[in-house]
Write a new protein. Structure first.
Length: 276
């Protein structure tokens, strides 16, 4: 079985499991699509274009399972993550889902988000994020967990959690790995989005392109895949170990922060305004 057949079977199995679970969102197409490019590059696409590829629980589950499977597949040499359509890489969490949360749902909801980011961090192979449009909140954090971020200069990126009544905790930590406190505070405390051009200037974006961002990302992944795989894997594992304790602490702090925010009613009020 070649890599394309293996990935097609994996996606079919993920979709079957997804539709068998009545608690998850049903879809006529997978919420996470996998395509294979030359030189064994797997392109993982967040596939909710009508919702700007916002992260629902069902998408989270599919993304985690997909990335774990690709990481274990020796035929896959590198991974590109992108969004469906041309409007957004990922606009963040699904607001309808977040607005419906009850107190008992908050901890498992946040733990599943943590597991999603960890699945990106756990990749031992090159991972390139192709930011094909708005990249905000959870989408921004997925991108920050990748090795490489490629975007058009005018793509909007950032961490708007405070505007949604949520503490900016995990995203603030992830940005701290790339920028100093001054830039981090401006983004985390204002909740404003910036251009990828500005993100490149301060160290959040790796590479800018005026061309096809997905094609550039695939080319980048192909180049990184040419590095000796054991050396690449061991370097990534060491870099992950350097930051794992901080990431885990941020995830725990995020649970406490969001519980306080939900208890104050701030996310509920903000999400009600956004949905009007």
């Amino acid at each position: 079985m070649d890599v394309r057949q293996a990935l097609d079977r994996m996606v079919a199995n993920l979709t079957l499991l997804h539709t068998m679970n009545p608690a998850t969102e049903l879809s006529q197409s997978p919420l996470v699509r996998v395509d294979v490019h030359p030189e064994h590059i797997a392109c993982v696409t967040l596939n909710r274009p009508a919702q700007l590829n916002a992260v629902s629980q069902a998408l989270r589950e599919q993304l985690i399972a997909t990335l774990n499977a690709l990481n274990q597949d020796p035929a896959v040499k590198a991974i590109v993550i992108t969004g469906s359509g041309d409007r957004a890489f990922c606009a963040g969490q699904d607001l309808a889902e977040a607005a419906a949360l009850q107190a008992a749902d908050i901890v498992p909801w946040l733990q599943s988000q943590r597991d999603m980011y960890q699945a990106v961090r756990n990749l031992d192979k090159p991972c390139v994020a192709a930011l094909n449009g708005v990249t905000a909140g959870a989408g921004f954090q997925i991108a920050m967990c990748a090795d490489w971020r490629i975007a058009h200069p005018d793509t909007r990126i950032g961490q708007p959690e405070v505007k949604a009544g949520l503490g900016s905790i995990v995203g603030t930590y992830l940005m701290s790995l790339h920028v100093g406190m001054n830039h981090n505070a401006q983004l985390s405390l204002s909740g404003d989005l910036i251009t990828a051009q500005r993100g490149y200037e301060i160290g959040l974006i790796t590479q800018l392109t005026q061309g096809d961002v997905r094609a550039e990302a695939v080319a980048c992944a192909q180049a990184l895949a040419q590095r000796p795989p054991t050396a690449f894997r061991e370097t990534k594992r060491f870099m992950r170990a350097l930051t794992q304790a901080g990431f885990d602490a941020a995830a725990q702090a995020g649970i406490a922060a969001q519980q306080a925010c939900f208890a104050a009613g701030e996310p509920q009020a903000a999400m009600a305004r956004f949905r009007k």
